[in-house]
Design a binder for this molecule. Structure first.
Ligand code: NAP
Ligand code: HSE
Length: 434
């Protein structure tokens, strides 16, 4: 068998310990797939006294990155630390020291991909990042290899396991948001700072990475309009169900006439569609290509072993030399491809769900619909439950589903509706997928 492929692991938390387990417990399987043994030579952590989820061989654990960088038998570094400070420096140093890099760090790639990839090219090294999007789903390989003959025309994904776990728990069990989030953290799905999950940042980072691969656009997460689920209310989940929909946090991209629309938002998805059936920490991505048509990718989007599965797949590709060949020919993060511009959010066409809290008195419906009509918003349906309380002046929720309209028109209408004296709280609205 060929010479061993030496690996240095940075981080031994949820994902790192899963990778170490696979490397240590399945040496025969991995060597057969890679054509050479994969050898875990060093594991760098912050606190060497912390109990680990894996039994590491003596002498492997260290707090000194230099032991990885200076080891000529380590050809590849797997960065499983997260964040954009220590991890960024470590990755840049590893590339400069002649190591290939495998990473699960979407924040690093989405924010600093250009620097990381340019450094890799300068030093003749490769970067692989299958685990950075979709956990165990091989979506990067699907887009960059399996669908390489296509122009991708749209992409819709549930890309954050924590948010999908929370929405599933709130919808199906009526669980409290904070309780399900705590359970997602306990299971190792959430980021070290879970705000990044629930405010949509993690999903926007993943969408930015997919947009590079699928559309060749150079977009930072901050340029993607993004709403998370942190303020999601049970009332909206219940109204969505009543109307035949399920609420999902979606990353969406559509390419039309050279213009690319990108956004992250909770979206009402028809209950019988495949994306609506994705429960718990699972992810799914619906990709449409001009030659292949509709394709769908589904699997566990977060957690220790699904993510480790993707990291180790990249390590095998590196050991074979396949990842290096792909990296050389790909132009990822090498500048915007000509011909595609970003469509501003206000120009995106969509249907909308709108919930108002209004005073229960004569004329309210007429006032609301008048404002909507002024902004060219056509109503598809209205829900107002019969009030058993006969006290005039009480408040009631009023839910309106619109026909397709421009987002800019819709938002102007909502601002107008919210100024009406009969509307008692800021309105809640979400796009509706069809
Ligand atoms: P984690 O459990 O918090 O583990 C982070 C590891 O990095 C820990 O072992 C920690 O050491 C080490 N570390 C942190 N700062 C360090 C420093 N300054 N020097 C050396 N080591 C340091 O994180 P995780 O959930 O495994 O996530 C790791 C990466 O994978 C992140 O980029 C995340 O976004 C990505 N990811 C995670 C999942 C998931 O389901 N969790 C899925 C896909 C991608 P100590 O243990 O000593 O503190
Ligand atoms: N925190 C992320 C999630 C991990 O919940 O999806 C996987 O990237």
């Amino acid at each position: 068998m060929a010479e061993p492929f030496g690996i240095g692991l940075l981080g031994c938390g949820t994902v790192g310990s899963g990778v170490a387990k696979l490397l240590l417990e399945q040496p025969g399987r991995l060597a057969a797939r890679a054509g050479r043994p994969l050898v875990l030579r060093r594991v760098v952590v912050r606190d060497p006294r912390k109990p680990r989820d894996v039994a590491l061989p003596p002498g492997v654990l260290t707090t000194d990155l230099g032991e990885v960088l200076g080891d000529p038998a380590i050809q590849c570094v797997a960065e499983l630390v997260g964040g954009t400070t220590w991890a960024r420096q470590a990755v840049l140093q590893a590339l400069a020291a002649g190591k290939h890099v495998v990473t699960a760090n979407k924040a690093l790639l989405a924010e600093h991909g250009a620097e990381v990839f340019a450094t890799a090219r300068r030093h003749g090294r490769a970067v692989a990042f299958e685990a950075s999007v979709g956990g165990g789903i091989p979506i990067i390989a699907a887009l960059s290899q399996g669908l390489a003959a296509n122009q991708i025309t749209s992409l819709q994904g549930i890309l954050n396991g924590t948010c999908n776990f929370i929405l599933t728990g709130m919808t199906e069990n009526g669980s409290a948001y904070a309780d399900v989030l705590a359970e997602a953290q306990r299971r190792g799905y959430a980021e070290a700072d879970p705000t990044l999950d629930v405010n949509g940042t993690d999903t926007a980072q993943k969408l930015a990475i997919l947009a590079h691969i699928a559309f060749g656009v150079d977009v930072l997460p901050s340029a993607i309009e993004c709403r998370g689920i942190a303020d999601m209310q049970q009332a909206d989940l219940r109204f969505a169900q009543e109307l035949g929909y399920t609420v999902k946090l979606l990353a969406e991209a559509w390419l039309r006439d050279g213009q690319l629309a990108l956004h992250v938002s909770p979206v009402l998805v028809r209950r019988l569609t495949p994306l609506a059936q994705v429960r718990g920490a699972y992810n799914a991505i619906h990709v449409v290509g001009d030659a292949v048509g509709d394709t769908l990718y589904y699997g566990r989007g977060a957690g220790q072993m699904p993510t480790a599965s993707a990291v180790v797949a990249d390590l095998i590709d590196m050991a074979i030399g396949r990842a290096q060949r792909s990296f050389q020919t790909s132009r990822l993060w090498a500048g915007q491809e000509a011909g595609i511009t970003l469509l501003p959010a206000h120009s995106v066409r969509s249907r909308f769900y709108l919930r108002l809290l209004v005073v229960d008195q004569p004329g309210v419906m007429a006032e609301v619909t008048r404002v909507l009509a002024q902004h060219h918003i056509s109503i598809a349906s209205v829900v107002q439950h019969e009030s058993l309380d006969e006290h005039e002046g009480d408040t009631v929720p009023l839910v309106i589903m619109t026909h397709t309209t421009l987002t800019g028109h819709f938002r102007a209408a909502v601002a107008g509706v919210d100024r009406l004296p009969c509307v008692m709280a800021p309105s809640v609205y979400y796009p509706v997928a069809d």
